[in-house]
Design a protein around this ligand. Structure first.
Ligand code: BJW
Ligand code: ZN
Length: 247
């Protein structure tokens, strides 16, 4: 892998780095992305699945979709991209993962400092009394119900909903205080998450994109590497190891 010199210089100086990740980093684990060639939204309409009104109209259909995705996620394993990000913790003072993914693969790969902007598929809560249900749910009536009679939904962020404030504020803080900000496997079209790329840029971070294709934020990146994150990120780990060995 040929990295440009300005990128390697930044890598050797950087102390605090952020990985802002999206569905693309989990694609090599067999989890479909939303947009792009094989994206979910080519076949299904987000407005019929990923918003609260859709859930209230047809909770059974929305639950079937999440149960299907849960089974894919449970079978999936962290790939070389997730593992490379976890390994960066051995080479930098501070590594923060700010992810839009709900799949837990960063945690399973060993990353410690993770902010989840769009929730987590392992958690569920009652829409009426907000009780959390993280274990097995009873789907015998089609849709799981709380003891209070309210419907239970997955704890993920749908369109039109606010992001969990502590997670988003943590992401903003990390973006404002990092030396390098990696944008990995995200189309960067969903806000306010994508705004973090601009926050990092305005705060003076060196922005690096890793994606199989150009995105809406490519033009503001200092370096862009096009290819699979499972190939490029391990090469970044090798590059930092070489730099550290020489010093
Ligand atoms: C690889 C690869 C490999 C593939 N290696 N790379 C008009 C303008 C601006 C904003 C809005 C607007 N109208 C509405 C909005 C707001 C809306 C929004 O941003 N919409 C735009 C899409 C138009 N945002 C919201 O509603 C958010 N909330 C909000 O704004 O609250 C304020 C508010 C409150 C009340 C009233 C009004 C406002 C919430 C957004 C929630 C997003 N939720 C989802 C579902 C989560 C749960 C679930 O998973 O089921 O989050 S949608 C979906 O998109 C999911 C993702 O996290 C998110 C981002 O997608 P991501 O991760 O970027 O994936 P893809 O598929 O888009 O891209 C994959 C990339 O990987 C591609 O680039 C590939 O090339 C690449 N790739 N293989 C490297 N091997
Ligand atoms: Zn309840």
């Amino acid at each position: 892998m040929n990295f440009d010199q300005s990128f390697l210089n930044q890598l050797s100086e950087a102390k605090r780095i952020v990985f802002f990740t999206g569905a693309g980093i989990s694609a090599e684990s067999g989890i479909p992305t939303f947009r792009g060639k094989d994206g979910i939204w080519n076949k299904l309409r987000p407005e019929e699945l990923a918003n609260f009104d859709a859930f209230m109209r047809n909770p059974k259909m929305v639950w079937e979709w999440y149960n299907h995705r849960k089974s894919i996620i449970h079978e999936a394993k962290p790939n070389k991209g997730h593992l490379a990000i976890a390994e960066m913790q051995n080479h930098f003072d501070e590594v923060t993962v700010v992810t839009q993914n709900i799949d837990n693969l960063h945690r399973r790969a060993g990353s410690k400092n993770i902010l989840e902007l769009h929730g987590n598929i392992e958690r569920n809560f009652c829409i009426k009394c907000k009780t959390f249900y993280n274990e097995e749910l009873d789907f015998s009536d089609g849709v799981p119900e709380c003891k209070c009679g309210g419907l239970i939904r997955p704890d993920v962020v749908w369109f039109g909903e606010y992001l969990p404030q502590d997670q988003f504020l943590g992401g903003e803080k990390a973006a404002q205080n990092c030396d390098m900000f990696f944008v990995v496997g995200t189309s960067a079209v969903v806000y306010p998450a994508a705004g973090l790329v601009y926050t990092a840029k305005q705060s003076g971070a060196f922005i690096v994109e890793v994606n199989i294709e150009e995105t809406d934020v490519s033009t503001i990146c200092n370096s862009s590497y096009f290819g699979e994150s499972g190939k490029i990120l391990p090469a970044v780990v090798e590059a930092i190891k070489n730099i550290r060995n020489k010093n």
